[in-house]
Write a protein that binds this ligand. Structure first.
Ligand code: GLN
Length: 243
């Protein structure tokens, strides 16, 4: 049994090491002897999203989002079917924005989103930039996420749950203390870094959900996450002035 990963638009959507999320997901599978196959899908490439177990979508500047939005709209049918069927997805920042209704850029241009999730994004006057701490509760797992944000867009959720609550930083919009969003097995966040290496609990949840969707009630063997946890803690302590 192999886990098949789709990395969507790696050439266009790859800010602040976002590609590292695919590497972290794959490595934590391989440390448990779970084979992984990664397929990169770029502009114009054919893809049946129902064939994948995990899909990753990174962040990008307004220019890059403008370049890939048209191609992405053509994929809405297959993506919606896969998402409604429980495809596990991690989408970061610009990718997160385009899973929603739309992203209105600073010049007023509106990039239509896929409408797979009920949120929308409006460009703000300033950028939300800096390190972030988020307290998240996902499928009964409480964890503290740390990462880095840099976005002009302000995202507002229409009744869908956030990924977590902002402890330090801007998050979705710098006002309502929400960060990211969750819909079925789709996890969205503004956190770059990349996100997963310093947040192993989230990575393992994504792997577990992908295995469950393949009918594998697989209890993931615990790994020695000493480095990951110390890196997470060190960043949180520094941001909260404990160090
Ligand atoms: N271009 C979008 C914004 O500025 C997303 C940026 C990003 O992916 N870091 O909000």
């Amino acid at each position: 049994m192999t886990i098949t990963v789709c990395h969507l638009y790696p050439d266009l959507l790859n800010l602040y090491g976002d590609r590292g999320n695919v590497m972290a997901f794959a490595q934590r599978c391989r440390w448990r002897n779970i084979p992984v196959r990664i397929k990169e899908i770029n502009l114009g490439d054919r893809a049946q999203f129902e064939d994948f177990d995990f899909l990753f979508l990174g962040g990008g500047s307004d220019r890059e989002q403008g370049l890939m939005a048209g191609d992405m709209i053509n994929r809405v049918g297959s993506l919606r079917t896969a998402v409604e069927d429980g495809l596990v997805v991690l989408a970061i920042c610009g990718g997160y924005q385009l899973l929603g209704q739309y992203y209105r850029m600073p010049d007023g241009t509106k990039i239509p989103g896929l409408g797979l999730m009920d949120h929308y994004t409006e460009a703000g006057d300033t950028r939300l930039i800096g390190n972030v701490i988020v307290d998240a509760e996902m499928d009964g797992i409480k964890t503290r996420l740390v990462g880095f944000e840099n976005h002009g867009g302000r995202t507002f959720l229409n009744g869908i749950p956030p990924l977590g609550r902002v402890v330090h930083g801007g998050g979705n919009n710098g006002t309502d203390k929400t960060e990211g969003a969750r819909y079925k097995n789709v996890f969205c966040s503004y956190l770059h870094g990349p996100l997963l290496p310093k947040n192993p609990a989230l990575t393992d949840l994504l792997i577990t959900l992908a295995l469950q969707r393949k009918g594998q009630e697989h209890h993931l063997e615990p790994l020695d996450d000493g480095f990951e946890q110390r890196a997470n803690q060190a960043m949180a302590d520094r941001l909260l002035g404990k160090k």
